[in-house]
Design a protein around this ligand. Structure first.
Ligand SMILES: Cc1ncc(COP(=O)(O)O)c(C=O)c1O
Length: 501
């Protein structure tokens, strides 16, 4: 047996004997190397063996922790929304979430903000200041309606990775993906029309439907394979549905990637019912799999897919640079773009074009993908540790959003209120339903590096969830705390585990 195997065995025995308890921080690499008289790399090798066996988890900049004994939580079941078109509610709650975005005293566990602090974004700052220094009049003048040509060329190149052959002329720049979705809907629908949406779905899409006087028919959606084609077919048989809005790659909020065969099946169905498809691809490039998954648009041979995206989730939402490639609806979309914002501000378009052209985009994307994937491991580890059993958790295939489903009687809106004094905000599942369903679900973000504040917050949320779940299940009130809710973390971090709610 080699030295590292010997050390791995010893540590395994200690964990099994409960000498290191779940959630507890293990000795640092340096301490172990001194204690056992072995090299740093021997300890690292031993730890990576334990990591592979899922006995421990490494947390960047923090160290190694013993993994919870609890089994990985099951996946959320396929959703069962109302089977008729409904009017959209929830605006007040969405406004509250959006208004809280800039409050730095609140830990935004429910927000859709990417991490914009990474060094791979530094060239973007430099490019933006160079553009300002050049005093290029293009920045101050009106742009044409289509947007900066250099950017559209770069977008056409990037689209190839998703399997799409687009020319720059087929692309219209928008103010974020939000505007792209809104002008797509306006180009296709009129007041009172019915639009099919995944259920749950991004609240921005839902509120756009509301603002345009459109009704939503929510389609059951699976957290692994996406929209149910069978349910969509039934809806199309029954109702005059004008369009479908879908996020097939790294879905918000469920995190799935729709398999290619289902994407093809969806296109066939759309052709049969002459349905327009608005494809939202804002997270598509953040898939763990490489090459990135294909867009629906790449399967489209009769121009019915309007592909909408932006640089908000990959680079930064403050740039407000998005785009649409609208196929057969191009001219109408251009008109809606004109009446919506006229032309889009040019400086950030020019900056993004230069950032891509100078070769900064691909390394940044690689870094963000691996950071988010790593964050997901750490985040789900702590959810397993701090949250009670009896929950279902999505397994995102990309992006930075997690969906947690709790028992039916649970109320996440109330949970959010209870977390307010602790300066923590989650997104209640009800924001992602047209009619306020999914109050028993939460959307959480793992975009940001996991630090002590985050760990503390997850401990607080887990404890609050545990208390609320006990209140939902009277028979459980008598039982002791759920596994993973006990004290181990207290041993190492006095701030964790404090009674907060
Ligand atoms: C699925 C989805 N589509 C669109 C948007 C809006 O993107 P943008 O910020 O580019 O307008 C978001 C933002 O959260 C989103 O999650």
């Amino acid at each position: 047996m080699t030295r590292y195997q010997h050390l791995a065995k010893l540590l395994t025995e200690r964990i099994e004997q409960g000498l290191y308890r779940c959630g507890e921080k293990l000795p640092s690499v340096r301490v172990l190397s001194q204690e056992h008289g072995v090299s740093i790399s021997t300890v690292q090798q031993a730890y990576s063996v334990l990591e592979e066996c899922q006995l421990i988890i490494s947390q960047p900049r923090s160290g190694y922790y013993v993994a919870p004994k609890k089994a990985t939580p099951p996946l959320p079941a396929i959703t069962r929304p109302a089977q008729r078109p409904v009017e959209i509610t929830q605006w007040d709650a969405v406004l509250e979430l959006v208004n809280a975005r800039l409050d730095t005293s609140v830990l935004q566990l429910g927000s859709g903000m990417p991490d914009v602090t990474q060094p791979t974004l530094k060239p973007l700052w430099k490019i933006m200041s160079r553009i300002a220094q050049r005093q290029d009049l293009q920045v101050l003048n009106y742009d044409n309606l289509y947007g900066v040509a250099a950017l559209r060329e770069q977008i056409a190149r990037l689209a190839v990775d998703g399997g799409c052959q687009l020319s720059a002329d087929e692309i219209i720049i928008t103010t974020g993906c939000h505007e792209a979705l809104s002008i797509a809907l306006r180009a296709i629908c009129t007041h009172g029309d019915i639009v099919a949406v995944e259920s749950p779905a991004f609240h921005g899409t839902m509120q756009t439907l509301r603002g345009l006087g459109l009704k939503a028919i929510e389609i059951p959606t699976d957290s692994v394979s996406g929209l149910s084609l069978e349910a969509l077919e039934l809806a199309l048989d029954q109702w005059p549905v004008k369009a479908l809005i879908t996020v097939p790659n790294c879905n918000n909020p469920l995190g799935f990637i729709m398999p290619d065969a289902r994407k093809q099946g969806l296109l066939t169905l759309a052709q049969r019912f002459d349905l327009a498809i608005i494809e939202d691809d804002v997270y598509g490039e953040l898939a763990w799999e490489y090459p990135r998954p294909r867009t629906l648009k790449s399967f489209d041979d009769d121009g019915r897919v309007l592909l909408c995206s932006s640089f908000s989730k990959i680079l930064a939402p403050g740039l407000r640079v998005g785009w649409i490639s609208a196929g057969r609806y191009h001219d109408r979309v251009l008109h809606m773009k004109y009446i919506s914002t006229g032309s889009t501000a040019t400086q950030t378009q020019m900056a993004v074009a230069a950032f891509i052209k100078q070769g900064h985009y691909a390394p940044h994307l690689r870094r963000m993908r691996s950071l988010y994937q790593r964050n997901l491991d750490v985040f789900t580890y702590w959810i397993r540790h701090f949250f009670p059993s009896g929950i279902c958790v999505s397994r995102p295939q990309g992006g930075f959003l997690l969906w947690v489903e709790l028992p039916e009687a649970f109320d996440a809106v109330r949970l959010n209120r209870e977390l307010r004094p602790l300066n923590i905000q989650i997104a209640s599942g009800s924001l992602f339903s047209a009619s306020g369903k999914y109050r028993n679900c939460l959307r959480l973000s793992y975009a940001f590096p996991f630090d002590e504040r985050m760990q503390q917050a997850l401990a607080d949320v887990g404890r609050a969830v545990d208390i609320a779940m006990r209140a939902c299940r009277p028979e459980a009130r008598e039982a002791g705390p759920a596994e993973g809710m006990q004290e181990p973390a207290l041993a190492n971090n006095p701030s964790i585990g404090r009674q907060t709610v």
